[in-house]
Design a protein around this ligand. Structure first.
Ligand code: AHR
Length: 533
């Protein structure tokens, strides 16, 4: 039995102790007294108390952000097919992908990398497309980049999507002056030569750049720097990176990663001690094992299901550790934490062709990773103001997979769709008394929950059943009517494929009333989001 509650976590704890509401919660839990199931067929008993008296800090809509890198078929084929393509497109952007992304209201997109940003020369991607150079992608010597998708194509795409731009600058292999000239090209509204060049290239008005990254993974592909040196470099570059003040551009220091980044605590410490002129710090974490083989994306065992979910859940204590270091230097919590790369990372798909780097199928397990991770972000709203899942199309834990002129929406996409009411919502603590889901040495709460008051005034609750073999009955302290949608599938690795594009898709779902309280019957391996009226 595990008690899961953000009330226990100092980061989000609005008061000192549980107070009367907490005591009420404990009393409720005692009353509901979950009993262990008599057999594996019987639903496990779970009780949840949503504390509507303790609203937390708003969930920033940007935690629903995306990451789109020049990698594999992420940009080319995935987003950009060019205006002459036989694939239906809007000025070169594939229409099916654009329409699907619009539907989930993507708030912000990080581009052009990733490691690609550290080898990217922005000048290659401006001017007439026919004259742009073809470059070898330095991280992948078997692949070239045509530069057909550059600054104009990305920023126009953001306008079509209605998303904010998060541009990542090149710290690894270009100078601070190059970085500043790029910003001037994008944002100047004067008669500078670069502003004129932009106009000549077809864009009269400056673009708004809301977020600008000072490099990517400076500890690795961004230059293999040690913490103190990386902090100096960040301070130096950020001093020259300026956009018109009215834009309120946020400069993002390239922060730590747990995978491959050396000592992430030392790195965070160094960046916070000497943040230069940055307003946010990034952090990367993938649900990916270290020092042992990655899982296959499909055809995996239950042990691998549990392992990947467990890896995803490790984001929570890691964020707490990073936040504790940030608090030491920034007690007022002015510096935001951007988890600008996250997601599940598996072995390359067995059927991936040449150049399809980091292509992986997406299954119900990925939907679980997405829901559990978004729930974690909902519990760290004091610091985590942006997150960007890696990556938007055809790469790693993607929203959408394409093949020629066809596409499928992945289970991860459906989670982002279901969770939309949590954008800019006000979270409430959920105190959940739940049995654990246990597999071998791995143990985690069977039921995970998020609750929040949406911008539309409605109360929304998300419930995740991590157990692939057992249903749960979730008793709550809530009253009213609850209806929404649920995502589940026959197998742990059910995926949406071109042959079966709707194998995993949301279905109607509602709660029922018992003794005046709402009860939710959660099938095994399922994710539900309901609105309570
Ligand atoms: O998302 C794939 C890669 O993972 C990115 O290029 C890099 O930043 C990270 O290591």
């Amino acid at each position: 039995m595990t008690m899961v509650s953000p009330l226990r976590r100092p980061k989000n704890r609005p008061g000192k102790g549980l107070g009367w509401a907490g005591m009420f919660a404990v009393a409720m839990l005692a009353l509901l007294a979950p009993a262990m199931p008599a057999s594996s067929q019987e639903a496990a008993r779970v009780s949840a108390v949503i504390n509507l008296d303790k609203p937390g800090t708003k969930i920033d809509r940007n935690i629903y952000g995306q990451f789109a890198e020049h990698l594999g078929r992420g940009i080319y084929e995935g987003i950009w097919v060019g205006p002459g393509s036989r694939i239906p497109n809007v000025r070169g952007y594939r229409k099916d992908v654009l329409d699907a992304l619009r539907k989930i209201h993507v708030p912000v997109v990080r581009w052009p990398g990733g490691c690609f940003s550290e080898v990217y020369d922005w000048r290659d991607g401006i001017g007439p497309r026919s004259r742009r150079p073809v470059r070898t992608r330095m991280n992948w010597d078997d692949v070239t980049d045509s530069n057909q998708f550059g600054t104009h194509e990305f920023l126009d795409f953001m306008e079509l999507l209605g998303a904010d731009a998060y541009v990542s600058g090149n710290v690894g292999s270009m100078s601070p002056r190059d970085m500043q000239l790029w910003l001037e090209y994008m944002t100047a509204d004067n008669d500078s030569t670069l502003a004129k060049e932009r106009r000549k290239n077809g864009r009269a008005k400056p673009w708004t750049i809301k977020y600008f990254g000072i490099g990517n993974e400076t500890w690795g592909c961004g230059g293999n720097m040690l913490p103190a040196y990386a902090a100096d470099v960040n301070a130096r570059y950020s001093a020259f990176v300026k956009a018109p003040g009215s834009m309120g551009m946020i400069r993002v220091a390239s922060g730590a990663s747990v995978q491959g980044g050396g000592d992430y605590e030392a790195f965070t410490e160094a960046m916070m001690k000497h943040p230069g002129e940055t307003e946010a710090l990034s952090f990367h974490y993938y649900a990916m094992p270290m020092g042992r083989p990655k899982s296959e994306a499909t055809g995996f065992s239950e042990a691998e299901w549990a392992d990947v979910l467990d890896l995803a859940r490790k984001m929570d204590p890691l964020l707490s550790q990073v936040e504790a270091i940030m608090d030491k230097y920034d007690a007022g919590r002015k510096m935001a934490l951007f988890v600008d790369e996250w997601g599940a990372w598996y072995k390359l798909d067995r059927n991936a062709g040449p150049g399809e780097h980091h292509f992986q199928q997406n299954t119900l397990r990925d939907a679980m990773v997405a829901a559990l991770t978004l729930d974690i972000f909902h519990r760290h709203t004091d610091r985590v103001k942006m997150a960007n899942i890696a990556q938007m199309v055809n790469v790693l834990q993607a929203m959408i997979l394409t093949q020629g002129d066809r596409m499928v929406l992945t289970p991860t996409y459906h989670v982002f769709d279901l969770y939309q009411p949590f954008m800019d919502a006000t979270p409430y603590p959920a105190l959940v008394a739940t049995p654990d889901y246990v597999n071998g040495a791995i143990r985690m709460p069977m039921i995970d929950m998020s609750a929040a008051r949406g911008k539309d005034g409605g109360l929304y609750v998300a419930i995740v059943n991590t157990d692939p073999g057992k249903p749960a009955r979730v008793d709550t302290n809530l009253t009213g009517r609850a209806s929404g949608q649920i995502l589940t599938a026959p197998a742990m690795d059910t995926a949406n494929t071109m042959a079966a594009p709707e194998a995993v898709r949301p279905q109607p779902f509602s709660g029922r009333q018992e003794g005046g309280r709402l009860v939710f019957d959660m099938p095994s391996k399922s994710i539900a989001v309901v609105r309570i009226d």
